[in-house]
Design a protein around this ligand. Structure first.
Ligand code: TA6
Length: 304
């Protein structure tokens, strides 16, 4: 399998490897390094040249394909959170709809590996209907995930509705960032933005000034097209999350009790991670018309 991929997608900046049951694709070039797995199309690492990883991946994550790797950038599509039949339309397959959609549970195909004119290295994965997906989503679609390691790390999730009917879609690039300390961590760019507070009965509130994290926290910031800047003073760096085709931003930290509830997360790790996610969720879900395409994009970089 690895040899076949290596031969078919031979490229000086890209290597294929195996971790337990999962195939990893490792990119290295003058801009840094990145790795992703074909399981779920999950990006697992991004290290800008001369720096350390911007992403957090749990030490107790599983790599056997039984559930998504806890950390990195899981792809939530075509719904974010639990499926909401009221908002997205009831369907006979509702009972089979897992939280955050099916994309993060599926094996994606490697479609292309290439160099771009600016020296960036790009890997494109693809996902198409299969019998397991059909149990929860019996509609024709095409998904592509392009990961581009350039000056910044860019992720594009390109979704095509190939069916005869319109869909309501919600989605996320559910990025887990590695940080020095979550308590008191400042996130800029959300000042004055309305949000749904999932930990306060979905109350609609407005962000007063800079967001300073006090775990636990689970908020969907609405009509926010970005950017968001994570001021990680403890590690002496600031990370910029840029977005395109994304009208909401989720900020999540499970806190002590939430972390204890995850078998695949060390209890104390809520201190060193925060999710800041490029989304289209709650009132920012959108209709993807029959035949239409939508791209959700994010860029990650060290802010200067
Ligand atoms: O994005 C935040 C969130 O929706 C939280 O509510 C929390 O449940 C988290 O995602 C993780 O979800 P998961 O299904 O991966 O355990």
């Amino acid at each position: 399998m690895l040899e076949t991929l290596q031969a078919r997608f031979a490229h000086p900046n890209v290597k294929f490897a195996l971790r337990d049951q999962l195939i990893l694709i490792e990119l290295v070039n003058e801009f840094g390094s990145a790795s992703l797995t074909t399981y779920g199309g999950t990006l697992l690492s991004y290290v800008p040249a001369g720096g350390t990883d911007l992403l957090w991946v749990s030490e107790t994550a599983v790599y056997d394909g039984s559930k998504p790797v806890r950390g990195g950038v899981p792809v939530c599509w075509p719904w974010f959170g639990p499926y909401d039949p009221e908002a997205m339309g009831a369907d006979p397959t509702d009972a089979a709809k897992k939280a955050h959609g099916f994309a993060r549970y599926e094996l994606w195909d490697v479609e292309a590996v290439s160099s771009l004119p600016d020296g960036a290295t790009q890997v494109v994965l693809g996902l198409a209907p299969n019998p397991s997906i059909a149990k929860a989503w019996p509609h024709d679609f095409r998904l592509q995930l392009a990961v581009t390691l350039g000056e910044k790390l860019r992720v594009d999730l390109i979704a095509q509705n190939l069916s005869q009917r319109d869909w309501v879609v919600s989605e996320a690039l559910h990025t887990y960032f590695r940080i020095g300390e979550a308590e008191g961590l400042a996130i800029r760019g959300l000042e004055g933005v309305q949000y749904v507070d999932k930990l306060q009965d979905n109350a609609l509130l407005t962000q007063d000034g800079t967001l300073n994290i006090d775990p636990p926290l689970d908020r969907v910031f609405l009509d926010h097209t970005g950017p968001a800047i994570i001021e990680d003073t403890r590690q002496g760096r600031a990370i910029e999350l840029g977005k395109d085709g994304s009208a909401s931003t989720v900020v999540w930290n499970p806190g002590a009790e939430g972390a204890r509830g995850f078998a695949d997360m060390p209890d104390a790790d809520y201190h060193v991670m925060v999710c800041v996610e490029a989304c289209n969720a709650v009132k920012n879900r959108y209709t993807l018309h029959a035949g239409a395409t939508h791209t959700l994009s994010m860029t990650l970089s060290l802010a200067t």
